[in-house]
Design a protein around this ligand. Structure first.
Ligand code: CA
Length: 227
């Protein structure tokens, strides 16, 4: 079975440029020229990845992404935007996008992102990749997290953040490091997105357990460790 990628892009020239390039690389593609049709296609078929323009007729990319996330949390979404500002990035991440590509871009940049995404979701990996701290376990291949044997559902962004914390366990991580590593933004905008996501994670992995794993170091950042 081939890898199927849905392209939602109203500019016909850009859509066919992406489609052609991907097909030459051996991917199967489908194209939607407005947000509403794109959303319907995304929800009615299984795609391995979605490339989504922000400015679309009928329904914009942020809304489409939210709808997709409401129905299928795991399909990777790469957003295309002419706007590269922090605010737009935050809005997109808030809507559940996994990454951004700012227009104009070269096809090889797009292809590199596509390959990274598909590798992340490729389950045919021989070696099991597991990160562990106390009774918290993250399976990097299956993209699952469990604590004390209990399965925990995380969004793509929460998973990325927890993976970063787990890879740096017992080390204080500053908000600036998290902003740069996970959101690819500079931490100077007074945004509280990191605190918000940390509290999402706390609710999911620490709530209800007597020993907490996520700790705040006031004025310094966060640390994942056994208390
Ligand atoms: Ca557009």
């Amino acid at each position: 079975m081939g890898t199927k990628i849905l392209i939602i892009e109203d500019e016909k020239r850009v859509a066919s440029f992406i489609r052609q390039g991907l097909e030459e690389e051996g991917f199967e593609t489908a194209v939607a020229y407005d947000g509403l049709i794109g959303k319907k296609m995304a929800l009615s078929q299984n795609y391995d990845m979605i490339i989504l323009d922000v400015n679309l007729p009928m329904m914009n990319g942020f809304e489409v992404c939210k709808e997709i996330r409401n129905h299928n949390a795991s399909v990777p979404v790469l957003m295309l935007t002419a706007l590269g500002t922090t605010q737009d990035k935050l809005e997109g991440f808030d809507a559940g996008t996994d990454d951004y590509l700012v227009k104009p871009f070269e096809f090889k940049e797009l292809l590199a992102r596509v390959r990274v995404f598909l590798k992340r979701t490729n389950h045919a990996v021989l070696q099991t990749n597991i990160l562990k701290i106390a009774d918290l376990e993250m399976n990097l291949d299956a993209k699952t997290v469990c604590r004390a044997g209990k399965n925990i559902e995380l969004t793509a962004k929460e998973f990325q953040l927890l993976e970063f914390l787990m890879r740096s366990k017992n080390k204080v991580i500053s908000r600036a490091e998290i902003a740069e590593k996970i959101w690819d933004i500079t931490f100077d905008t007074g945004t509280n997105i990191i605190d918000v996501y940390i509290s999402f994670l706390r609710n999911k992995i620490d709530k209800g357990f007597s020993s907490k794993l996520i700790h705040t170091h006031v004025g310094m950042g966060y640390i994942l460790k056994e208390s």
